[in-house]
Ligand binder design. Structure first.
Ligand code: ZN
Length: 269
């Protein structure tokens, strides 16, 4: 073996050991839990819209994910040590009342499509995975959207939490801040009435449209707010009045992982 071959071989062994070490460490520490000040964690929130049975049913690929791909994404992430948590866990974590797993992530669905009830809910229930659905009050029960009965059934299961995506999915960035707050509170009040219990004040802006004044006003009034900006939350600047969310769409797991890493670096400071 000449000198160059030896150097290449040794370098390869070092690189392989490093990779194995990092993966091993990652696996070994996947069950570690941390409080908010202990460690800066990346906390991705995946946002889906509709889940459809198979590829032939996909009409809008920017908002529909097939059942098979959705399940592959979630189980793929979980096999890599990612643990799904609920918004309640995230709030308790932010308030310093709860620790969360090193690789926690959240799963949400905007709009209240019936694919959530038909496909995401049975999968979540079977695997005890917390998921969150943000419904539009005026769309509940319309063609393609789940009903209040479906909502109650999902809510009772304990794995699905239901919050607000506004009363009518309007361009709320053009509303006065007072009118927006009224809309959000009316939406949440109806959800509470239909489900028969109080819920956390969590709201998702339709089409991700909002203005800074509204965001601040809702914050002051205790509303937790979801954005749709394809960014990743981090413990060190976790903001419950502007939670970042990313679209997994029909991405393979490796692409979701790359997006989490890349966007954490790009927007993480
Ligand atoms: Zn929407």
């Amino acid at each position: 073996m000449n000198k160059i071959t030896k150097v290449i071989l040794i370098t390869l062994i070092i690189i392989l050991s490093l990779i194995t070490g990092v993966i091993g460490y990652d696996r070994f520490t996947a069950n570690n839990k941390y409080s908010i000040n202990e460690k800066n964690l990346k906390i991705p929130i995946l946002v889906y819209h509709d889940i459809v049975e198979n590829k032939s049913e996909v009409e809008f690929d920017y908002m529909q994910t097939t059942k098979e791909i959705f399940e592959k994404q979630i189980t793929g992430l979980m096999n890599l040590g990612y643990k799904p948590i609920s918004y309640e866990d995230l709030i308790a974590y932010k308030n310093g009342e709860e620790k969360i797993y090193k690789k926690s992530f959240l799963i949400g669905f905007d709009d209240g499509f019936d694919g959530v009830y038909k496909y995401a809910y049975p999968f979540a229930k079977e695997n005890n995975i917390p998921i969150t659905s943000f419904l539009i009050n005026d769309f509940v029960g319309l063609d393609g959207y789940y009903t209040w009965d479906n909502a109650r059934e999902m809510d009772k299961s304990g794995v699905v939490k239901i919050y607000s995506h506004s009363l009518k999915h309007d361009n709320y960035d053009t509303y006065s801040k007072e009118d927006l707050l009224k809309d959000v509170n009316a939406s949440l009040a109806q959800i509470e009435k239909e489900l028969g219990h109080s819920v956390e004040k969590i709201f998702t802006y339709p089409c991700g449209k909002f203005n800074k004044e509204e965001q601040e006003f809702l914050r002051k009034n205790g509303i937790i707010q979801n954005l749709t900006d394809n960014k990743i939350n981090q413990s060190k600047n976790l903001n419950l009045s502007g939670l970042h969310r990313m679209y997994p769409l029909n991405d393979p797991v490796w692409k979701i992982l790359l997006k989490i890493e890349y966007r954490s670096i790009k927007y993480g400071s």
